[in-house]
Design a protein around this ligand. Structure first.
Ligand code: NAP
Ligand code: HSE
Length: 408
């Protein structure tokens, strides 16, 4: 070899990092399957070998889709966190307790944590981030919003210098799946919900999905990331899809609209943040109207960057595990090489009260089909300065069904 030849360096052995995973359900199962089958490829690509050392579950005897070696399994998650062979903890068990205590214990033991738990992050994200900071370790939660869509990292890092004015998105895969099936195939609500549960999109208790609480938690997390607002899920106005009827969907279609459950996170001129979740009728040619099934999509509007759109699978084991895996690789790399992904947007934006925000509305009224009734309704709208954009009346046997669409 001449002196000019490039130096050939031996490929360094990948650095091994011990992983403990709490939860082996829809997301945990998909993550562990990926880690067990692709750890060599991941090591080749990233230089970090992720070794699954412990997996905590509730029921040791449950049949699982993924073949977890028996000796890795435990039903004692505290023991997993304390295990000295576990260097990074992944929490994919869900709910508040004991998830919160387990994450706190891991962070205090200076173990980085990766979580998909939006319910917890929307409630206690700020206090957990504080503990992570005090202990100089990562707390990463990409999978908590938008399933497999990279959204938390872009908002926190790529857009750190951007003044964001509005984020509008479809943030819940279950409800988007249900609405798509009802709209396109006329499937009954209950059947569509059963399908969403079967496909692994819904939360263990799907009430959180269909009542808008899951989307509200994600909206709170986005408000914190985008505006530095100290918003918790309970601050968000949630309205779900349980009262939407096949008739509403049909009528919206006839008027040229598609019904979607949407989260709107917006900045008022005075700096306060409005955060709300409710069904909307979107014009059929609106980009969010074509987001189907379990897909999520999020529009971000920034002063300099203009409009951005993020789109992808918002729920389901494999897409969500993909986001967890990305965080895991990052946390493991930071653990070995120093540094962390703890950029946070400073700020203490207050809440923009819902009563002060405005919107066009869709209303239905069942009234007596008699002279003067419509005039009385119109008078009430007039008294409260509500301007009607369109009105439709249908009726049977003395009853009238009135549908109004108002201006903003
Ligand atoms: P899941 O299918 O219900 O799985 C939960 C897992 O946690 C199960 O394996 C369960 O054990 C285990 N577990 C529960 N309590 C435990 C305890 N005390 N100790 C040890 N293990 C315990 O839930 P998932 O759908 O995977 O969701 C997990 C998390 O990811 C939640 O925070 C959820 O909101 C979030 N997430 C889910 C999705 C999705 O599409 N599913 C998407 C984004 C984020 P057993 O199996 O023995 O019962
Ligand atoms: N249940 C949630 C949804 C999972 O349907 O969007 C993803 O967070």
């Amino acid at each position: 070899m001449s002196e000019e030849s490039p130096q050939v360096r031996p490929i360094e052995a990948a650095e091994r990092v011990g992983i403990g995973v709490i939860g082996c359900g829809t997301v945990g199962g998909a993550l562990i399957a990926a880690l067990l089958s692709r750890s060599t490829q991941i090591a080749d690509r990233t230089g970090t070998q992720l070794d699954v050392r412990r997996v905590a579950v509730r029921d040791l005897h449950k049949a699982r889709d993924v073949d977890v070696p028996r000796e890795l399994l435990t039903d004692d998650a505290e023991e997993l966190v304390a295990d000295e062979n576990v260097e990074v903890v992944v929490e994919v068990m869900g709910t508040i307790e004991p998830a919160r205590s387990l994450i706190e214990a891991a962070l205090k033991a200076r173990k980085p944590v990766v979580t998909a738990n939006k319910e917890l992050m929307a409630l206690a994200g700020a206090s957990l981030a504080k503990i992570a900071k005090e202990n100089d370790v990562d707390l990463l939660y990409e999978a908590s919003v938008g399933g497999g869509i990279p959204l938390v990292r872009p908002l926190r890092e790529s857009l750190a210098g951007e003044r964001i004015s509005r984020v509008v998105g479809i943030l819940n895969g279950t409800t988007n799946y249900i609405l798509t099936r009802m709209t396109e195939e006329g499937v009954e609500y209950k059947t569509a919900l059963d399908e969403a549960q079967e496909l692994g999109y819904a939360e263990a208790d799907p009430t959180a999905d269909v009542e808008g609480l899951d989307a509200a938690a994600k909206a709170a997390i986005i408000a914190n990331l985008a505006f530095g607002a100290s918003v918790v899920a309970q601050d968000v106005h949630p309205e779900g899809i349980t009262s939407i009827t096949a008739e509403d969907i049909d009528l919206a279609g006839r008027l040229g609209y598609t019904v979607k459950l949407v989260a709107i996170i917006s900045r008022h001129d005075n700096g306060s943040a409005g955060v709300r979740v409710h069904p909307v009728m979107l014009p059929a040619d609106h980009p969010l109207a074509s987001v189907r099934l379990s897909f999520n999509a999020v529009f971000v509007e920034g002063e300099d960057v203009g409009e951005l759109m993020f789109y992808g699978r918002g729920a389901g084991g494999a897409p969500t595990a993909s986001a967890v895996l990305g965080d895991l690789i990052d946390a493991a790399h930071n653990l070995r090489h120093g540094g962390s992904g703890r950029l946070a947007r400073p700020g203490n934006a207050t809440l923009w009260p819902l009563e002060e925000q405005s919107s066009a509305f869709y209303l239905t009224l069942d009234v007596e089909d008699a002279a003067g009734v419509l005039a009385a309704v119109a008078q009430a709208f007039g008294e409260y300065e509500v301007s009607i954009r369109s009105m439709e009346q249908t009726g049977v046997r003395g009853e009238a069904h009135l549908v109004f669409v108002t201006h903003e």
